[in-house]
Design a protein around this ligand. Structure first.
Ligand SMILES: *[C@@H]1O[C@H](CO)[C@@H](O)[C@H](O)[C@H]1NC(C)=O
Ligand SMILES: *[C@@H]1O[C@H](CO)[C@@H](O)[C@H](O)[C@H]1NC(C)=O
Length: 443
């Protein structure tokens, strides 16, 4: 009796029939009534024939095979094979078993061998002559006297069929695994690439691979970061860099003018000034720097933002010059009787908009006579009342700026010192002619 323990797949039944035929057994022996109504995977119960019937998964499963694979229905399952694969032994056509071996005639050779012309036994290549029962999913290997059905690499024999091994179940891949018919492929998350073993994932250095950072690129595990040079800030897109307008941040960055430049800023100073410590403006002393072009008979006077060449001899009749800055009115000259006995020229420079009151110049009597008293006053040049005199003692006084003034402008003040000695009924006057340059700026 055949050992039918459960519903046999149709093909097995067919082969069992064939074997029975070869073994000269009665075909009726296989017609044992089958009362099982449960079928194994890939089969369904057919009440008409009272047998398990193969399911054609190629028709019932949508997209049973993906991509370039073609679906080949098979007993108890189906195969996905490359379109180019030739199916040599098509067992689908049910009821057409492989050709039977030629009519038996005396064969002196053991099974799997056949006599050749010289009557010696040679191996039968069952694979070549289609005398094998390998499934289309299997590979046939000829052996001396027999043959072997094996599964291609990546397939495993489950029951009679070769079934694709889902390698992904074995955690071969570090990140992601894609099962393929007969093989598998590892994939990596973005920012990683397959290592040399095709399984582990190694960080991609995007910075070396043309990451779109405009300025600086820092690789990090699985990703990268863009950074900008000093003076730039990262754009919202995370890649490009925008120049920072430092000048718009603060009006105190530069004393005079701030000029924004790509990645930086610079301070500029007005003419006559030079940059000091990157942000301050310092007056250039043209008289010292060699820039001045004063003649031999002139004296160079520096002021905030420029310089002036003044005639060394500024004495006007009846005054005569006695030194570089000093004019005397000789007592012998009758015209000098009502005039200050001397005029001394001095120059000074102040900045615009000084807070007031501001001491700007101290006058000091150069010669002190015993018992004499000195009084100081502004004799000319102060029609607007921008200055006043504060007497410190009877030999010195302070010129005080009374009002905030804005340059550029220029004052010529006659500061008079009157010396009196009541005992000797002596009165003398001398004038300090002070030119005050007011620069255009507050520095
Ligand atoms: C990794 O895959 C490539 C391309 O598929 C192949 O050429 C290489 O031999 C594989 N390396 C290993 C270690 O399997
Ligand atoms: C200043 O004036 C006083 C009298 O007001 C006098 O005694 C003195 O000698 C004068 N000179 C000096 C240098 O103080």
């Amino acid at each position: 009796m055949l050992p039918f323990a459960s519903c046999l797949p149709g093909s097995l039944l067919l082969w069992a029939l064939l074997l029975l035929l070869l073994g000269a057994a009665s075909p009726q022996d296989s017609e044992e009534p089958d009362s099982y109504t449960e079928c194994t995977d890939g089969y369904e119960w057919d009440p008409d024939s009272q047998h398990c019937r193969d399911v054609n998964e190629c028709l019932t499963i949508p997209e049973a095979c993906k991509g370039e694979m073609k679906c080949i229905n098979h007993y108890g399952g189906y195969l996905c094979l490359p379109r180019s694969a030739a199916v040599i032994n098509d067992l689908h056509s049910e009821g057409s078993p492989p050709p039977l071996p030629p009519a038996p005639h005396p064969n002196p050779c053991p099974p799997g061998y056949e006599p050749d012309e010289q009557e010696s036994c040679v191996d039968v290549d069952e694979c070549d002559q289609a005398l094998h029962d390998c499934r289309p999913s299997q590979q046939c290997h000829n052996l001396p006297g027999s043959y072997q059905c094996t599964c291609p690499e990546g397939y495993r024999k489950i029951g009679p069929e070769c079934v694709d091994i889902d390698e992904c179940r074995y955690r071969y891949c570090q990140h992601r695994c894609v099962n393929l018919p007969g093989s598998f492929r590892c994939q990596c998350e973005p920012g990683f690439q397959l290592g040399p073993n095709n399984r582990s994932c190694v960080d991609v250095n995007e910075c070396d691979m043309g990451a779109p950072c405009e300025q600086r690129c820092f690789n990090s595990y699985g990703t990268f970061l863009c950074r900008c040079h000093q003076g730039y800030e990262l754009h919202r897109d995370g890649f490009s860099c925008n120049d920072i307008d430092e000048c718009s941040y603060s009006s105190y960055l530069c004393q005079y003018r701030c000029v924004n430049e790509p990645g930086r800023f610079s301070c500029h100073c007005p003419q006559g000034y030079q940059l000091l410590a990157t942000r301050l403006c310092q007056d250039i002393d043209e008289c010292e720097s060699g820039e001045q072009q004063c003649s031999e008979t002139q004296t160079c006077v520096n002021y905030h933002g420029g310089y002036r060449c003044v005639d060394t001899n500024r004495c006007v009749e009846p005054y005569v010059q006695v030194s570089d800055n000093r004019c005397l009115c000789p007592a012998s000259n009758a015209l000098c009787r009502e005039q200050p006995s001397s005029i001394v020229h001095r120059y000074m420079s102040i900045t615009s908009e000084r807070s007031v009151p501001a001491d700007v110049f101290q006058i000091q009597a150069t010669s002190v006579y015993p018992g004499a008293y000195n009084a100081f006053q502004i004799r000319a040049g102060n029609s607007q009342g921008d200055f006043y005199i504060r007497q410190i003692n009877n030999v010195s006084a302070m010129l005080v700026l009374a009002r905030p003034i804005t340059g550029p402008r220029e004052y010529v003040l006659d500061l008079e010192m009157v010396t009196m000695n009541s005992l000797m009924s002596y009165r003398a006057s001398s004038v300090l002619r002070l030119t005050v340059f007011v620069g255009a700026y507050t520095f």
